[in-house]
Design a protein around this ligand. Sequence first.
Ligand SMILES: Cc1cc2nc3c(=O)[nH]c(=O)nc-3n(C[C@H](O)[C@H](O)[C@H](O)COP(=O)(O)O)c2cc1C
Length: 157
Amino acid sequence: MKSIIVCKSVSHGNTRKVAETIGEVLDARVVDPADIEPEELSEYRLVGFGSGVRHMNYYPELREFVQGLPKDQRAKAFVFNTSGFPQPPFIPYRDKFVRLVEDRGFDVVDTFTCFGYDTYLPLRVVGGVRKGHPNSADLDTARAFARQLRNRVEAAD
Ligand SMILES: Cc1cc2nc3c(=O)[nH]c(=O)nc-3n(C[C@H](O)[C@H](O)[C@H](O)COP(=O)(O)O)c2cc1C
């Protein structure tokens, strides 16, 4: 199953670590949105989109990349992020991004999230939060997510 992961990781490479871990299981290349032409995505059966969270939203580079894709995407997709805190119910930024991906035609089959070391300015005075994340347990969970995802998508083929 030909797979690729488009990932924007800015602060500490937290999301990139998760992307590489999932990518190993799926045998998927990990690329920054700036390093892939939108047309290339049509070659893939499964596409992952990953981002860190800034001010209650996915990074603009990834959102703009998705918004710029033609609306006739046929691949299955998954969405993941790392963040300092869980998604608050009053600003469901991940759900919003999922809808953006679905709006381009993708069939979003699953999502994944874990904590990432967070040094947002007000938190820096206490040395940041979630230090060490994603840790090895987070990456094990990401691996398990990827295995289950691969099995599910392969079974649907
Ligand atoms: C300026 C800034 C704003 C952030 N805003 C949020 C936020 O709104 N919610 C949250 O849970 N985490 C927030 N974070 C934490 C990041 O989402 C977290 O560190 C993430 O793992 C970064 O991923 P990256 O290293 O892949 O870029 C923020 C971090 C920074 C530096």
